[in-house]
Design a protein around this ligand. Structure first.
Ligand SMILES: *[C@@H]1O[C@H](CO)[C@@H](O)[C@H](O)[C@H]1NC(C)=O
Ligand SMILES: *[C@@H]1O[C@H](CO)[C@@H](O)[C@H](O)[C@H]1NC(C)=O
Ligand SMILES: *[C@@H]1O[C@H](CO)[C@@H](O)[C@H](O)[C@H]1NC(C)=O
Ligand SMILES: *[C@@H]1O[C@H](CO)[C@@H](O)[C@H](O)[C@H]1NC(C)=O
Ligand SMILES: *[C@@H]1O[C@H](CO)[C@@H](O)[C@H](O)[C@H]1NC(C)=O
Ligand SMILES: *[C@@H]1O[C@H](CO)[C@@H](O)[C@H](O)[C@H]1NC(C)=O
Ligand SMILES: *[C@@H]1O[C@H](CO)[C@@H](O)[C@H](O)[C@H]1NC(C)=O
Ligand SMILES: *[C@@H]1O[C@H](CO)[C@@H](O)[C@H](O)[C@H]1NC(C)=O
Length: 795
């Protein structure tokens, strides 16, 4: 009797102290809920399921309790925004585990469970499990690892771990570790496209392509801390990581043990290194964490640990990112984000002639990733001067024999034996130039034009003009027109003149603005008819405008009226009465490209789509390079591309960008453009150039290829949601047919279109081609080089 009570006593003390041996799982019944800071602990109290801190709030997950701190090992829906401490986790009466917040819909945690759960349990292994009424497992957290696998947990062939963003935010970070189906375990930077040249670590265990099934391996952390690759078909260990990547400092006996007081954990850490840890629980609460294995010695070996144009130095065991000469950190507080140049680029015309603006800075012991655009045998001195003289060259690597020239941005910089020559500009970068409406800059070409035009008795172009040199935008405005405007007609043939309408006329033509055709960023568009109903027109009523003087407005209209191209919607006339501003366009009977691509009816076939893509490109090329003063459209999207009677694609809404300027600052802001189509520089402190339109065109091109929207939240898998990144994934994996499933088409032209699209959406504007090159590539006149990954790998 006495002995029984002693056993009982010992047991209860153990439970209280959290030192109990694994016992019956504590069952979580239906109709229970949880709010921060309570949690559902495992019987041993070493693991818990509940709300853990995430960024500025909380997320649902599983953590390991080590002394006073917690180590998060799994997070549900890790990329969702954090919730507040008011959120609750409900295990509902009907067997669903849902997260409820004050705002927003409830979110299912165990998505993928096909039948309702009957009960749940947080197990001592760190696995959170849902069971059906027959006690069969219907869902478990072990099946969807985030950045960690625990002992007895498997990372299946084809699956991957993704690092966390940082120690306090467990959303998807910058690196991933993939158990490839060829048998190789490989680490890559995120968004890199996962080409062999992006891999910074691998086990080198890939098998033959001839017999791939025999090389289907899983990564398995066994109960004694052995980290093994096991044959997927028979679970035989084929490769052991422990002895190869042993971490040999510290006072621990690294022999794997199956001590019940040890928990093993293998994590792809925030810095991109895969490490194995043991957590040892002692009776006297002296818990310890040991590092047993580290796949790389320090993060300087991790590709993309430092972002674009920066390199890694090891400083007293601390890895640090430093900028290349002539570069400053994008964000000095987050140095791993990379660096941008702090000097102005000189122009590049004809490939030569800007050496005077640069000097060469030499760095020894360097190498970087990416394929150079030129690789020639020459001397070291000639390598340096050859880069200086070549206006396409931003940096060159000399390997003792040949000279490899490259454009910025540079990535994966690391120590090696090569000499690097970096071209640094001597003109500091100007702060972003606000585009003041009142600046009058007349370049010589337009000044000439002005004289010609004025003699013709014709006036005024005012347009957002672009001076490519220095990538600053100037606005051209000429101010003599009033006399002519009074007439309402400029005395030129009908095709090149604009008609001045009265408001009453347009009200009549549109039957009091009865039939609305659509709504754009500037206001509603109405159907109308002129010439006693014989000629259909579209009347756009501008709203939400910057207060613009009537004269200036008329001047802008004339600039637009002077554009003539078969791929631009014709402006027929306008009305400017009091504060009313209306534009009259030719009527486009077949709706917009958006209706055509995303509508429910039959999509245009492949040759039609090729033709439309080229139509749009030619229209933009005209705006950028062929009209009197370059026009940046600023809002290229399928809704702004209209189809005429013969299904020709025509761009609308060009030349209007400036009307949306907020009148206080009169600068371009990120408010312009449309989500999903705007170039990244709208959100940065960079002047906007024609390359912003090239970016939007790239997105539209990919949409034309795939007949779907760039952002489609209903996509069947998460990686397909954003078309631009999905397209690159498919391209890198040579799986382009996935983009056009079920369609018969010519694969060569498919590849060409996708490659051009990927070049256009490069994050770095300088890497994007001009519209001229786009047209040449689409027409098949010039080759399309292999595009790099559009986004910065370190973001
Ligand atoms: C669910 O729980 C609530 C309170 O915890 C209780 O009032 C209710 O009766 C329960 N419902 C069922 C069906 O058990
Ligand atoms: C791991 O699996 C082994 C054998 O299946 C078992 O004995 C051990 O208790 C498990 N360890 C944990 C922590 O679940
Ligand atoms: C479990 O639930 C299913 C329906 O969801 C039912 O058909 C089955 O009889 C149940 N089994 C037990 C043991 O209750
Ligand atoms: C983690 O990342 C988030 C989001 O970028 C940031 O707000 C936070 O300051 C970071 N925390 C640490 C410790 O770096
Ligand atoms: C994996 O197991 C299968 C089936 O037992 C076998 O045929 C294959 O050769 C094994 N692969 C390797 C690489 O050992
Ligand atoms: C775990 O893996 C190691 C290394 O492969 C091996 O030596 C050990 O026997 C394994 N432990 C068990 C319990 O299988
Ligand atoms: C640009 O960066 C270099 C360091 O790489 C620095 O010496 C120089 O002063 C910087 N120039 C400006 C204008 O910030
Ligand atoms: C270096 O360039 C000069 C001038 O172009 C040429 O004459 C010389 O042969 C080159 N030297 C080497 C080693 O390539």
């Amino acid at each position: 009797m006495a002995s029984i009570s002693i056993v009982f006593l010992v047991l209860s003390i153990n439970i209280v102290a959290g030192r109990a041996q694994p016992n019956q799982p504590s069952i979580i019944r239906l109709n229970t809920s949880l709010t921060h800071p309570t949690s559902w602990p495992s019987p041993s109290n070493r693991f818990a399921f509940g709300f853990h801190p995430q960024g500025s709030g909380f997320a649902v997950g599983i953590w390991l309790v080590v002394m006073d701190s917690i180590t998060v090992v799994w997070t549900a829906n890790r990329d969702d925004p954090p919730v507040t401490s008011k959120a609750s986790l409900d295990f509902t009466k009907d067997g669903k585990l849902v997260l409820r917040t004050e705002q927003g819909p409830e979110k299912v945690i165990a998505s993928g469970a096909k039948v309702p759960a009957s009960y749940a349990a947080m197990l001592d292994s760190g696995n959170f499990v849902l069971y059906d009424n027959d006690s069969k497992i219907i869902w478990q957290s072990f099946d969807t690892p985030t950045d960690t696998i625990l002992q007895n947990q498997t990372l299946l062939a084809g699956a991957e771990l993704a690092s966390s963003l940082n120690e306090s935010d467990h959303s998807t970070g910058r690196f991933h570790l993939r158990m490839q189906t060829d048998g190789n375990l490989v680490s890559y930077p995120g968004n890199s496209g996962d080409a062999a040249s992006d891999a910074y670590w691998n086990t080198g265990t890939s098998g033959s392509l001839l017999n791939p099934d025999n090389f289907l391996f899983d990564l398995y952390l066994n109960s004694t801390g052995g980290l093994n690759l096991v044959n997927h078909s028979n679970s035989a260990t084929v490769y052991t990581l422990n002895d190869k990547y042993l971490f040999s400092s510290g006072d621990i006996n690294t022999n794997p043990s199956n001590d019940k007081n040890t928990i093993y954990r293998a994590t792809l850490d925030v810095d991109g290194i895969f490490r194995l840890y043991s957590h040892i629980y002692n009776e006297n609460s002296n818990d310890r964490v040991y590092l047993l294995l580290s796949t790389l010695k320090n993060p300087c070996y991790v590709y993309g640990f430092c972002g674009f144009n920066s390199f890694c130095t090891l400083n007293v065991d601390q890895s640090n990112c430093r900028c290349l000469p002539g570069h400053d950190f994008v964000d000095p507080n987050r140095r791993t984000l990379g660096c941008e140049r702090n000097f102005s680029e000189a122009g590049c015309t004809g490939g030569k002639g800007n050496a005077a603006f640069y000097y060469i800075s030499t760095m020894e012991n360097m190498v970087w990733g990416d394929i150079p655009y030129s690789d020639e045998i020459m001397s070291k001195e000639n390598c340096s001067s050859s880069c200086l003289d070549d206006c396409n060259c931003d940096a060159a690597l000399f390997d003792g024999n040949s000279c490899q020239k490259q454009k910025f941005p540079l990535r994966y910089l690391r120590k090696s034996k090569n000499t690097a020559f970096l071209k640094v500009g001597s003109i500091p970068k100007k702060p972003r130039l606000p585009i003041a409406s009142d600046t009058v800059v007349i370049t010589s070409k337009t000044a000439m034009l002005q004289i010609v035009l004025e003699t013709l008795g014709f006036t005024v172009l005012s347009c957002v003009a672009l001076a490519i040199f220095g990538r600053f935008i100037f606005k051209i405005r000429v101010l003599r027109y009033q006399r002519l405007l009074k007439k309402g007609n400029l005395g030129l043939p009908e095709e090149v003149t604009l008609r001045l309408f009265t408001y009453a006329e347009l009200k009549r033509a549109t039957n009091s603005f009865k039939e609305e055709l659509g709504k754009g960023s500037f206001g509603a568009v109405y159907k109308g008819a002129l010439n006693k109903g014989k000629k259909l027109v579209a009347v756009k009523r501008l709203e939400k405008l910057v207060e613009e003087g009537e004269r200036e407005f008329r001047a802008e209209m004339r600039a637009i009226g002077r554009t003539h191209h078969r791929n631009l919607v014709r402006l027929l006339g306008f009305c400017a009465e009091d504060s009313k501003r209306l534009l009259v366009y030719e009527y486009m009977s077949n709706g917009s490209l958006a209706d055509l691509l995303f509508g429910v009816t039959l999509h245009p076939d492949w040759t039609e789509r090729l033709r439309i893509a080229l139509d749009v490109a030619r229209g933009i090329l005209y705006l950028h390079e062929e009209c009197d003063a370059p026009i940046i459209h600023c809002d290229i999207k399928p809704q702004n591309i209209l189809m005429d009677d013969c299904w020709n694609a025509k761009i609308s809404d060009f030349g209007l960008a400036k009307f949306l300027m907020p009148d206080q600052t009169r600068t371009f802001t990120g408010a312009r453009g449309t989500r999903g189509y705007v170039a990244p520089e709208w959100h940065k402190n960079i002047p906007i150039s024609v390359k912003a339109d090239v970016y939007s065109y790239g997105i539209v091109l990919l949409e034309i290829v795939c007949c779907r929207k760039n952002i489609d939240v209903n996509a069947s898998t998460a990686e397909e949601i954003v078309l631009s990144s999905w397209a690159y994934k498919c391209f890198a994996a040579r799986d382009l047919y996935k983009l056009v499933i079920g369609e018969e088409l010519d694969t060569m032209s498919l590849e060409k279109m996708v490659k051009v699209g990927l070049w256009c959406i490069q994050e770095e504007p300088a890497l994007r081609p001009s519209m001229k090159s786009v047209v040449l590539m689409l027409e098949g006149i010039t080759e399309v080089p292999v595009p790099p990954c559009p986004t910065t790998p370190s973001m």
